[in-house]
Ligand binder design. Structure first.
Ligand SMILES: Nc1ncnc2c1ncn2[C@@H]1O[C@H](COP(=O)(O)OP(=O)(O)OP(=O)(O)O)[C@@H](O)[C@H]1O
Ligand SMILES: [Mg+2]
Length: 338
């Protein structure tokens, strides 16, 4: 598809260049012909005047253009002009067609990349949607066929279905949020917030889930107030804390810290969890990307959308999100507000 689009675009460039060349060449040829005629006539006239009268047997004033070979000289000069113009045009056309082909490739490359990413995204989303749907359908079909199913078994099937529906709901919410944050970059509602309140709110929000996993969660702030878009900040930190708890095994630790670095606000979410390998690290912010370790070891692993949502919100906050991690030792996600 993109090969034919590239060729079509090159053809359009080629036709445009050819048209411009034709226009300029006609103009040059016409002006050149007039100038040639003027200069040649002046030259012939001068030669005629300088010739001894007896050789020419003609008065200079009665100089005859046709008999003097003026027309042949003019035609010859015009032919040379035309030949040179065609030669130059062909050269320009060959070089510019080659450059047009390269330019067409460069013009289409980002579109091709975006389209491929969109395709991959749709395929991944469809795949993630299909998995719980298939599980629900299969469980319902199998149990409907079972004539001896008792109430407890039916309840257990319904519970499993509800879990799958919950995960479908989370996926659709995440997809919606991702699309919303991608298209609302400019909306920043800044307000001054008290850091201890913010950190308390966040730790309270995750206290329960951390407790059920026997993970200790703590927070520390080396400052009182900051001015930022609190809602967006809470969204990013929640995603980071959710991951930190999810990817930290029993008896692990999760810390949320705030400090100032060169007068810039810095939030850090540090965990003593499973860590991320060097191979996975460059891709964890990609949509639907799940590192091998989390896929294998963590049954509650999500869809791989959290960090891509976080990085989109970070962009709209004018902030920077970075990560340092070592397998089996833990990870530190750092959010620097600008
Ligand atoms: N604190 C962490 N420790 C170890 N691995 C992490 C951590 N945070 C993220 N990862 C890795 O990065 C991947 C992407 O994270 P992300 O939050 O985008 O997706 P997810 O947690 O798998 O699912 P979702 O957030 O959509 O429920 C995770 O699958 C995991 O492999
Ligand atoms: Mg996550």
């Amino acid at each position: 598809m993109f090969k034919s689009a590239r060729l079509k675009l090159t053809l359009w460039y080629f036709l445009t260049i050819s048209f411009v060349l034709l226009l300029f060449s006609t103009l040059i040829y016409r002006t050149g012909s007039i100038l040639l005629a003027e200069n040649l006539s002046r030259l012939h006239l001068r030669l005629n005047t300088q010739m001894p009268r007896n050789l020419k047997n003609l008065e200079p004033q009665s100089f005859n253009f046709e008999s003097d070979g003026f027309i042949e000289d003019l035609n010859f000069a015009k032919q040379r002009l035309l030949f040179n113009l065609i030669l130059i045009d062909l050269g320009i056309l060959a070089v510019s067609t080659f450059l047009a082909y390269l330019l067409a490739g460069k013009t289409l490359a980002p579109i091709e990349k975006a389209l491929l990413a969109q395709k991959r995204f749709t395929a991944d989303a469809a795949h993630e949607l299909r998995t719980p749907l298939t599980a629900i359908k299969t469980a319902l079909e199998v149990n409907l066929e079972d004539k001896k199913i008792n109430k407890d078994q039916a309840m257990s099937v319904l519970k499993d279905n509800l879990k799958d529906i919950g995960s479908l709901e989370k996926l659709s919410n995440d997809l919606l949020l991702l699309s919303r944050v991608e298209h609302n970059h400019q909306e920043i509602k800044q307000r001054t917030i008290a850091l201890d309140e913010l950190l308390d709110e966040l730790t309270n929000k995750f206290q329960m889930v951390a407790k059920t996993k026997s993970v200790k969660i703590s927070a520390k702030a080396e400052h009182d107030l900051i001015k930022t878009d609190a809602d967006k900040l809470i969204q990013v930190l929640s995603i980071l804390l959710d991951n930190a708890i999810k990817y930290t095994p029993k008896n692990g630790k999760v810390q949320l810290n705030f400090f100032l670095e060169k007068n810039k606000a810095v939030f850090q979410v540090k965990d003593s969890g499973i860590g991320i390998s060097k191979e996975d690290l460059p891709f964890i912010f990609d949509r639907f990307y799940k590192a091998e370790t989390s896929r294998n070891k963590n049954k509650s692993a999500g869809f791989g959308l959290g960090l891509s949502i976080a990085s989109e919100i970070t962009k709209s906050l004018n902030a920077r999100l970075s990560v340092e991690s070592e397998l089996s030792k833990g990870s530190t996600f750092t959010l620097r507000l600008c």
